[in-house]
Unconditional design. Structure first.
Length: 470
C-alpha cells in the first residue's frame, strides 16, 4: 500500500456511516423537524473535510491531515537561481550542498527529503529538512548507513532502498530523524559488478517492484570494450542482466528464482517510473559507447561515434525486447540497426526489425539517470503531459564538445512523443564541458507543494525548482 493509499484508507474509515447509536432515534428527534435538520447539517459539515481529503489523494496531492506542508507555502528564489538557467516564470534555490554521492530522492508529505547516497564508505540514506520553509535544508540526519545506494522509495509504511545486489527496507517514521535500527532484505543475490551495478527501481500501487539490473558490459563482447571483439551470441548476460525484473514489495528474501523477468534488451535503465496517465512502466536507456574514433572499437569515424547511438525513453510492457546488445538506435537511419559486434555496418537492420523502438530519443552519451512524471499543481498544466529526465552528461563525445548535464522535458501525447525535447534546467556544468563537469544531474523528485528537486552526485548539490508565475 502506497502512502497515499494509507491516507485514503483513513479517510474512508472517517467518512463511513455513523454507528446507529450516534444519533439516538428517539421520539423527540422524530417529531421535531428542526432538530432533524440541525442533525443533518452537523453530519454534512463533519464529513466535508474527509471528502476533500479523498479527492486530493485521488488527484495525486497530499491529504492535509497527513501533511506538515501545504501548497500555499511561499515560493523562495535565490538571486541567481543558484546557478541554474530555467524557463521564464521558474526559479530555484540551492536546497542542500555537500550531500556526497546524492542519487535518487523521495519527498515526504511534510516536505522532508530522503536522499540515497552512493558515496564510497559513506553511502546510505539521508534525511534533509527545511524547518523554516525558506527553500534550504537546515537540518540533516543519516537514517540508514553501511551500504551504497542509488534509490529510495516509500511504500506501505516502509522506505525501500538498494545496496547494489538487492533491495532493502526499513520502517518509515514520519518526522523522525532517528537512524533505522534494522533493515529487512526484500530481494537478494542479484548479479552485480561490471559497468552498471545500481539496482534502481519503482514500486507500483499494487506493490510490484519494477527493478533495473543493468548490463555488465558495453555490448556483450567476448572481451569487453576491446577493439574488434565479437559479440557473444546468444548474449548470456541477458539471462540475469540488461532488463527489468519484478518482485513483490510485501515479501522478504526474494531472488531471481521468485522474481519475474519482465522485459529484456535494456542496457541500463537508471530512470524507472510509473506514468500516472497510463499506469504503465517507463524507463530511460543508456546507449552503448565506442562505435569508433581514437578510443573506439570499430571503424566508424569519430564524429559518428560522438553522435550515436541515441539515448532513449522507453515504454515497457511485459515481454518487451528492446534489442541490446544486438541493436542500437542510429540517428542517420532513424531506427534500430544491427551492432557491429553482430555484423552491423550502421545501416543493416537484420534481427533488429522485431525489437521494440523507443518513444523518444536524445543526443548520444547524455546519460539519462532520472525520470519523473509531474503530477503537481504548481507548474503550468502542460508539464503534466510529458516526462522530466535528468541527464548525467557525457564523457565520450570527443572530438565534439561534452554535453548533457541538464534536466530536459519531453512532451508526450499518450505513448508517443508530442514534439521535440526541451531543455528545462541547465547550468550544472561549466560552459566548456569536460569529462565530469562541476555538477551532474541524477535524481528527480516532486515535493508536496509541487516543486521539483534535482540531485547531483558529482558536487553533492540538491536544487529546489519552483514556479513563481510570469
Amino acid at each position: 500500500m502506497h502512502f497515499s493509499q494509507l491516507g485514503r484508507a483513513r479517510d474512508d474509515r472517517a467518512g463511513a456511516p455513523a454507528p446507529a447509536n450516534t444519533f439516538p432515534q428517539d421520539v423527540t428527534m422524530r417529531r421535531n423537524p428542526l432538530m432533524l435538520l440541525l442533525a443533518v447539517l452537523w453530519v454534512s459539515a463533519c464529513s466535508r473535510p474527509n471528502d476533500k481529503a479523498k479527492m486530493q489523494t485521488a488527484s495525486g496531492d497530499v491529504p492535509a491531515a497527513d501533511s506538515g506542508a501545504t501548497n500555499a507555502q511561499a515560493v523562495h528564489c535565490a538571486p541567481d537561481n543558484a546557478g541554474l538557467k530555467l524557463p521564464t516564470g521558474f526559479c530555484a534555490t540551492l536546497f542542500a550542498d555537500s550531500v556526497a554521492g546524492a542519487r535518487h530522492m523521495w519527498v515526504a508529505p511534510n516536505g522532508d527529503v530522503y536522499v540515497s547516497s552512493e558515496a564510497r564508505n559513506a553511502g546510505g540514506i539521508w534525511l534533509l529538512r527545511d524547518a523554516n520553509h525558506d527553500g534550504r535544508a537546515d537540518a540533516r540526519a543519516k537514517i540508514a548507513s553501511g551500504f551504497r545506494s542509488s534509490e529510495v522509495r516509500m511504500y506501505d509504511g516502509y522506505l525501500y532502498t538498494e545496496d547494489l545486489t538487492g533491495v532493502l527496507r526499513f520502517p518509515y517514521k514520519p518526522g523522525s530523524m532517528e537512524p533505522a535500527t534494522a533493515l529487512d532484505t526484500v530481494v537478494q543475490g542479484l548479479a552485480g559488478g561490471g559497468d552498471h551495478f545500481n539496482k534502481t527501481f519503482t514500486i507500483a500501487g499494487d506493490g510490484t517492484i519494477y527493478l533495473n539490473i543493468g548490463s555488465p558490459s558495453n555490448a556483450c563482447q567476448e572481451k569487453n570494450r576491446a577493439k574488434s571483439s565479437a559479440g557473444i551470441d546468444p548474449c548470456t548476460q541477458l539471462d540475469t542482466r540488461a532488463g527489468i525484473w519484478t518482485f513483490d514489495a510485501h515479501k522478504l528474501h526474494q531472488s531471481y528464482a521468485t522474481g519475474v523477468h519482465f522485459a529484456t534488451g535494456i542496457r541500463n535503465a537508471v530512470g524507472v517510473a510509473i506514468n500516472p496517465m497510463d499506469n504503465r512502466l517507463w524507463v530511460t536507456q543508456h546507449g552503448r559507447d565506442q562505435l569508433g574514433g581514437p578510443n573506439g572499437n570499430w571503424s566508424f569515424d569519430a564524429k559518428y561515434s560522438a553522435e550515436n547511438p541515441a539515448e532513449e525513453l522507453l515504454q515497457v510492457n511485459k515481454g518487451d525486447d528492446f534489442g541490446w546488445p544486438y541493436c542500437y538506435y542510429a540517428f542517420p537511419e532513424h531506427r534500430l540497426v544491427l551492432a557491429p559486434e553482430y555484423g552491423g555496418d550502421g545501416t543493416k537492420v537484420g534481427r533488429c526489425a522485431d525489437k521494440k523502438e523507443p518513444v523518444a530519443v536524445f543526443p548520444a552519451h547524455w546519460a539519462p539517470n532520472g525520470l519523473l512524471f509531474y503530477t503537481g499543481s504548481q507548474f503550468p498544466a502542460r508539464y503534466k503531459r510529458g516526462a522530466f529526465i535528468a541527464f548525467h552528461g557525457s564523457w565520450n563525445r570527443a572530438p565534439e564538445p561534452q554535453a548533457g548535464y541538464n534536466v530536459t522535458f519531453q512532451p508526450l501525447n499518450g505513448e508517443k512523443a508530442a514534439g521535440a525535447y526541451e531543455i528545462f534546467a541547465s547550468g550544472f556544468a561549466p560552459q566548456s564541458g569536460g569529462m565530469s563537469g562541476n555538477h551532474r544531474p541524477t535524481g528527480l523528485a516532486q515535493g508536496p507543494d509541487g516543486s521539483l528537486y534535482v540531485a547531483d552526485d558529482a558536487g553533492g548539490h540538491i536544487w529546489k525548482i519552483s514556479y513563481k508565475g510570469k
